[in-house]
Design a protein around this ligand. Sequence first.
Ligand code: HEC
Length: 155
Amino acid sequence: MSFRNLLGYFMLPAMMAVVTIAACAQLRHPSADRVPHTAMKEALSYKAPFGDTRTASPEIVTAGKALYEGKGGCVLCHGISGQGDGPAAHMQVPHPPADFTNCAFQNEREDGELFWIIKYGSPGTGMRPLIPAMLSEEEGWKVVAYVRTFCAAQS
Ligand code: HEC
């Protein structure tokens, strides 16, 4: 087979596949909304029973950490560090787990948005609906309080 034919039969389809995959991936900026706009009003109406998750008591944060690292299974993808570097993170292609230590991202998110994603998942990504599958709603809120602590300098 000549080089030209080789190019036509193998290289071009391969290159087209790469372009198609890249186009389908629709990589989004970390701060871009994850809650679909049709659900945003509902998401923003969700509030933690204990108030603002950024000022949760140490007891709630400790309970959230135990759920995040244990029963909730969050650590598998989001990692102990919260940076999205857990053991299953590399399988989350093309949408990697959020980096919770990114304060710009945290500041973009209302509590209800984070909770909505834990409850319903992030459509089209490896983030599955985890309430009530893995956590109760009450536990979900405690995990949100813990997720907030990854951004140490919150404003
Ligand atoms: C199988 C891997 C996996 C597991 C387990 C997992 N997540 Fe995720 N999570 C993801 C991925 C991937 C994303 C990014 C989705 C996106 O980009 O829209 C994500 C996104 C999120 C977001 C949304 C961030 C944003 O952009 O608003 C929150 C909140 C979240 N996860 C919390 C959790 C919590 C809490 C748990 C445990 C109860 C958990 N996740 C378990 C993979 C996972």
